[in-house]
Design a protein around this ligand. Structure first.
Ligand code: FBP
Length: 697
């Protein structure tokens, strides 16, 4: 371009427009940082006070009573705002403290605001209080790697997503050595309190730390974090204390926006099935919320599959006077058939495209896979314990692992008392594709969780779907319906009689639209034969081009695009709901610390209601614990909450399945949630599942 050579790069880089475009700080970021979330009413007072209540009841686990004797008697604490506190209470509230905070587990949008809320409340109570952020998760506590938080640091991350400020990690403080080092760190930093922002496993860890550190005078407070939405706390009478962990809303909205865009693309381009795996581990809460946000054509809900009964099989067995145990529970094969049926029905309606949402943990609810997961968990844990070596280090390659399993099967043949892995298990396991074997044998995390996010669930399922669709295509059952008007027009333009050809080609020419080609027509050759048999063509005559064109339009090819929604949503900047929720969680944490609590989890009650009704509380963690199989043995953990198939949210989705599948001519029923917007009124106020499940409560 003329004159371009004369502009020096330096001048270009100094141009105000270039500087603006290359600045790390944009107006959206500035707006987020400057936003100050509203505070629950109780926090508008200068002080807060904790009041224990007996309004909630818990059924205590015997093992929890034994292992956590000092905190098992904790009760729910309500937070009250006070204009003044008397004597010692006021000194206690405003005393100079050292507080540590750590993120544990996967990132979840809103974490920075928990820090901001805690920091603001702590500094307001006493500007000399110090807040330390432990770096890269619990390792930071074990190794005493911490930064002291400052106004500048906190302000830089207000209302921003991720856990970037202090990072996160998945280490569990589960050995005597790690516990000793953690106590040492707390002593060195003279910590009064340690805040653990984490999921069910991290809050479990918080309870054990609270028990251990009681003699040291270190208070431990947990915060319910996870996009998975699987920390939902109720008391023994079903009263909801914590309806949703933070970050769920943002992740679900982020996934829903992308998936909704795929719904739009798929119904425009009309050639792809988009297969969307969404995070959530075992629980399908995120998939359920995405279904409500987008009305995607098919959404699998894992929890729904465990109750599955094959009614046809049951009826057949009953007729024959026998019991068919295989009719109970979903198999991988059957699940793939259910998906195929939806694909087939949409194709018949002329829609060989669509969107399927698959929760990443769906296979946990499929009988044969669940058995493999449990058996392999035990085998790996047993190996690590017996040999005091890591299974994955001993058997780095898949072949090594398979060889080890083969030896176990051999052992079961020689020793009848060994039933963990028998020849049948080994044979079945060897039947599955190598990439899936590898997935099932993958290293468990430090809490013993199966790494669902790394298993190509969608590939396993869609492989079976593809195989079955090929069979159905061969059988002439998988066909794309064509509009009668289009067929008639195409033949008339070619000078052919639509009625004569229509009767020959379609199985429903006289019935409703769309037209479905006869099952016997599956190739150009079979098309020619049918036309001859029906008297439309003479021997040696060529199939009319217009007829062949129609035939080709009815022959489907199943084209998929695979997507995984997880890490992107975890890193999204929080919705306004999550910003407000987490900031108030941070304020709650400080009130719990100032009130002397330990072994409690900060929570906000009534999240489904108007903000004016939100109620900050402290939930006792120890009474939530129960025994569960982890790493092959029973361990005390907080129970994960999975989708309740009797809940209103699930029932609503179930009632709309047929409508959203839209296996009829005409438009789909997609919903457009739109992107997460920090300002403006368009953003969903709170998760739809949360609102639906609160109906009538
Ligand atoms: P948390 O349970 O720690 O909140 O993590 C949730 C999650 O995002 C799951 O949805 C997912 O299966 C898992 O983390 C992925 O783990 P990783 O970050 O180790 O790949």
């Amino acid at each position: 371009m003329p004159g371009q050579d004369s502009i020096k790069l330096e001048e270009i880089l100094n141009h105000p427009q270039v500087r603006k475009a290359t600045d790390d700080i944009n107006p959206e970021l500035r707006e987020r940082r400057e936003y100050r979330p509203p505070q629950c009413d109780v926090f508008s007072k200068p002080y807060t006070l904790l009041r224990e209540t007996d309004a909630y009841r818990f059924e205590l686990d015997k093992e929890a009573e034994k292992q956590l004797p000092n905190i098992i008697g904790n009760r729910v604490q309500l937070i009250e705002g006070k204009d003044r506190l008397e004597g010692d209470a006021s000194r206690q509230y405003g005393k100079k403290r050292n507080v540590g905070i750590v993120f544990s587990g996967g990132p979840s949008p809103g974490g920075h605001n928990v820090i901001a809320g805690l920091y603001d409340a702590a500094k307001k109570a006493n500007p000399e209080t110090r807040v330390y952020g432990f770096l890269v998760g619990p390792d930071g506590i074990i190794e005493n790697e911490a930064v002291e938080l400052t106004d500048d640091l906190v302000d830089a991350y207000r209302n921003l997503g991720g856990f970037t400020m202090i990072k996160t990690g998945r280490t569990k403080i589960d050995t005597h050595e790690k516990m000793t080092l953690s106590r040492e760190t707390c002593r060195r930093l003279k910590l009064d309190a340690l805040v653990i922002v984490g999921g069910d496993d991290s809050n479990t860890n918080a309870a054990f730390l609270a028990q251990e550190m009681l003699p040291d005078g270190v208070q431990i407070i947990g915060v319910p974090k996870t996009i998975d939405g699987d920390i939902q706390v109720r008391d023994a009478d079903g009263n909801v204390l914590c309806a949703m962990s933070f970050g769920f809303h943002t992740a679900a909205r982020a996934f829903a926006n992308s998936i909704s865009n795929l719904c739009t693309d798929s119904s425009s381009d009309v050639k792809y099935w988009h297969i969307c795996k969404v995070m959530g581990r075992v629980a399908s809460h995120l998939a359920l919320e995405v279904a409500l946000q987008t009305h995607a054509n098919m959404t699998l809900i894992g929890e729904d599959l465990s109750d599955y009964m094959d009614k046809d099989r049951l009826a057949k067995a009953q007729k024959e006077g026998r019991t068919d145990y295989h009719a109970y529970g979903m198999t991988l094969r059957h699940l793939s058939r259910v998906i195929c049926e939806g694909i087939l029905r949409r194709a018949a309606a002329g829609k060989n495209y669509g969107v399927i949402v698959i929760p990443e943990g769906v296979l946990e609810f499929v009988n044969e896979i669940q058995v493999f997961i449990i058996k392999l968990n035990t085998i790996i844990a047993d190996y690590n314990q017996t040999h005091d070596k890591d299974f994955h280090a001993s058997f780095p390659r898949l072949e090594d692992k398979l060889e080890y399993l083969r030896r176990l099967a051999q052992r079961s043949r020689e020793d009848a008392s060994f039933t963990l892995w028998n020849t049948r298990d080994d044979d079945l396991f060897n039947d599955i594709p190598a990439f899936f074997q590898e997935g099932l044998l993958m290293e468990r995390d430090s809490h013993g969780n199966f790494p669902f996010s790394q298993v190509e669930t969608e590939k396993v399922l869609m492989g079976l779907v593809q195989d079955y669709l090929n069979i159905l295509k061969e059988e002439g059952a998988y066909k794309i319906g064509v509009r009668k008007g289009y067929f008639q027009k195409t033949l008339e333009v070619a000078g052919l009689d639509p009625d004569q050809y229509g009767q020959a080609l379609f199985k429903n020419f006289d019935a409703d639209e769309p037209l479905i080609m006869k099952p016997s027509i599956i190739s150009v050759k079979t098309l020619g034969q049918v036309l001859k048999n029906e008297g439309c063509m003479e021997k040696g005559e060529k199939i009319p081009a217009a007829v062949e064109k129609i035939f080709k339009k009815t022959m489907p090819s199943f084209k998929t695009q695979i997507h995984f929604y997880g890490y992107d949503g975890r890193g999204n900047d929080p919705t306004r709901f999550d910003c407000i929720y987490t900031y108030n969680l941070g304020l709650t944490v400080f009130s719990l610390i100032a009130g002397g609590a330990t072994g409690q989890m900060a929570a906000i009650k009534n999240l489904e209601m108007d903000f004016s009704k939100w109620e900050p509380i402290g939930i006792p963690i120890a009474p939530l614990m129960h025994l569960e199989e982890r790493k092959g043995r029973l361990a005390l953990v907080i129970e994960k909450s999975i989708v309740d198939v009797d809940s209103i949210a699930f029932q609503v989705v179930k009632a709309h399945r047929e409508k959203w599948l839209a296996a009829t001519p005409g438009d789909d029923h997609f919903r457009r949630p739109g992107p997460i917007r920090f300002t403006g009124k368009s953003e969903e106020e709170r998760p739809i599942t949360l609102e639906l499940n609160a109906i009538g409560k």
